[in-house]
Design a protein around this ligand. Sequence first.
Ligand code: UD1
Length: 419
Amino acid sequence: MQKLAIQGGTPLRGEVRISGAKNAALPIMCASLLSSDALQLSNMPDLHDVATMRKLLEQMGVKAAIQGSEMTLSGAHIDKLEAPYEMVKTMRAAVLVLGPLVARFGEARVSLPGGCAIGSRPVDLHIKGLQAMGAVISIEHGYIHAQVPAPGRLKGAHFFFDMVSVTGTENLMMAATLADGVTVLENAAREPEVMDLAHCLIAMGAKIEGAGSDTIRITGVAKLHGATHRIMPDRIESGTFLVAAAATRGSVMLHNTRADILETVLEKLQEAGAHIRMEGDGIHLDMAGPLKSVNLRTAPYPAFPTDMQAQFMALNTIALGSAMMVETIFENRFMHVQELRRLGAQIDIEGNTALVRGVEQLEGATVMATDLRASASLVIAGLVAQGETIIDRIYHLDRGYEHIEAKLSQLGANIRRLK
Ligand code: UD1
């Protein structure tokens, strides 16, 4: 199993280019199932999850062509309406094929995702929403089997999400593009990635209003056509590099990113003492003075993202003072705490709240990555710790960060992959 070895203590300095967003690329790839014409995507990140999604779509009959960061997907010859367990268990976003398949072909079989390291993560809202649109759904042998009664078209419906769900909103929005009539999704996710998907669907001929707000109105059309779309920048990768720069007391310039979708993260970094400046599609961070602890509470967009909680915890471990960090989205998203403690961090957990008391210095040790963002927090901790930190199970990182050690090396970090 591959590992990362990091010699901590070097401030990150220099420039880095941010990749396309994983959480926009995955749903948008699934949108290729909605049309028989080709979907041309640019700014695609080179990630393990993207490769897994491509493989899944290819198994269904999608033709994929890749050149650098461009990917063309053609859904002209779909012959298998199934997402098998082996795929869904490695990547929960595979459930995003459900809505498009049911909408275009009137049927789908998708493995039920199991629990994962950060919580139970049910998909009941995806299922209830499709049922509201007329799909008949049964759970058979661990699979969601969805069928639309003759004549085989979903019907527009009014659906209220009990909880804000990002992929739930995306699945139902895609399904509604080809339904008969109007669908209204209420308490919908407002994440920028939902908006990016909506922009792509609109380019494909979908009629969608309100994406980015909590009420999305979709008027079904008979068919969608091909389109070209550029994937938005990855706000979580951006945030991760900014936190790493702040924690190491460095100075970095991110290119190909967007400050407007990172507002709460930038505010928290400023509260921690960082100086931030925007320049076109760039964000510059400079951390000269003392690093201060920041309290935070995760919640759906536009509030503070759960996908940045672990990285900020690494920052708080070496900041002045104490911080209270509340995780409201996932019930078990503190898996990094035990590993950070191995590096000398002082963290107490009570339910969904972590109290982090800043220490002067972390010390390198061997730690284990447990999920994607937890891994990023260990990398940040390793970059500031004294001596060597070895991070085991880094396949989690490769799922969601493009060439992370190359990008960090470019910023002066002493990091290498052990094979
Ligand atoms: C997406 C992101 C993930 C991020 C998360 C929260 C992708 C591919 N992944 O995951 O990186 O951490 O949003 O911002 O975009 N829930 C239910 N029933 C459902 C669906 C969700 O109870 O049917 C609950 C979940 O257990 C969780 C909360 O709703 O507690 C939010 O989950 P959701 O927004 O659906 O997360 P994902 O879309 O899976």
